[in-house]
Design a protein around this ligand. Structure first.
Ligand code: NI
Length: 242
């Protein structure tokens, strides 16, 4: 598990020199290991720019934009093997688990995303956090521990994306309705009857816990094309980081 401090910047500015550093990203990451240089984070991959923390804060002081900080975790991305490792049941919802849940929530909101599974941040525990509330309605965090789908019916097709699969979306067919059983963060049993986006989100996140990604449902041709694109992107980011 890797912790980063994220600095949310509003309004978003163009900080960078690379293609990745474009207007509208709005989230910068201070990487301590790189001596306080700033990386722009389109999703979870960090792309370094030449701007220093000092120049960022001095700009902020001049009122160009606001900087706020929250602690988040590194989100592992495809094809990292950690995403393929099935998680283990949580047997004790201790302090450490509570801290992990809070950090997962911060990471999800900062990304931003509507759901996150623990193995996406490198922890092999059966925990998901999600929030489908529209942005302007504030936060309404849900936590599910050891969730399982107990029944499902119908079929729904939706264009899915994932914080661990950068720059990719594809239509996936899933059950239109699911019943999910698990525990909340206080250890109380939870039964959810979900349909629509919630049903999709829960199936997507529970898949994560089993080491499965939404990209597994797309055709092998689409997957191969994405792998090719990913390779190109990784090459480019290496070049712009040097
Ligand atoms: Ni996902």
């Amino acid at each position: 598990m890797e912790t980063h401090s994220f600095y949310k910047i509003s309004p978003a500015e163009n900080f960078g020199k690379g293609k990745q550093a474009q207007k509208g990203l709005g989230v910068a990451l201070i990487s301590y290991s790189r001596g306080c240089r700033i990386s722009l984070v389109p999703s979870s991959e960090s792309f370094c720019t030449s701007i220093t923390w000092e120049s960022l804060t001095s700009k902020a002081e001049r009122g160009n934009f606001e900087v706020s900080m929250s602690e988040t975790l590194k989100i592992y991305t495809y094809p990292d093997p950690v995403l393929r490792t099935p998680t283990e049941e949580v047997v004790d919802i201790d302090e450490e688990t509570q801290k992990l849940i809070d950090q997962m929530a911060e990471t999800m909101y900062a990304a931003p995303g509507i759901g996150l599974a623990a193995n996406q941040v490198g922890v092999a525990k059966s925990i998901v956090v999600y929030d489908l509330t529209p942005k302007d309605k504030g936060r309404n965090l849900s936590v599910l521990i050891n969730p399982e789908i107990v029944s499902s019916e119908g079929r729904i097709v939706f264009d899915e994306a994932c914080l661990s699969v950068i720059d990719f979306s594809a239509e996936v067919a899933r059950s239109a309705m699911v019943k999910v059983r698990g525990f909340d963060r206080h250890g109380r049993p939870v039964d959810i009857e979900a349909e629509g986006l919630l049903a999709i989100c829960l199936q997507h996140e529970i898949d994560h816990l089993k080491g499965k990604l939404f990209i597994d449902y797309v055709s092998s041709l689409k997957r191969a094309l994405y792998k090719k694109k990913l390779k190109k992107m990784m090459k480019k980011s290496k070049v712009s980081n040097t």
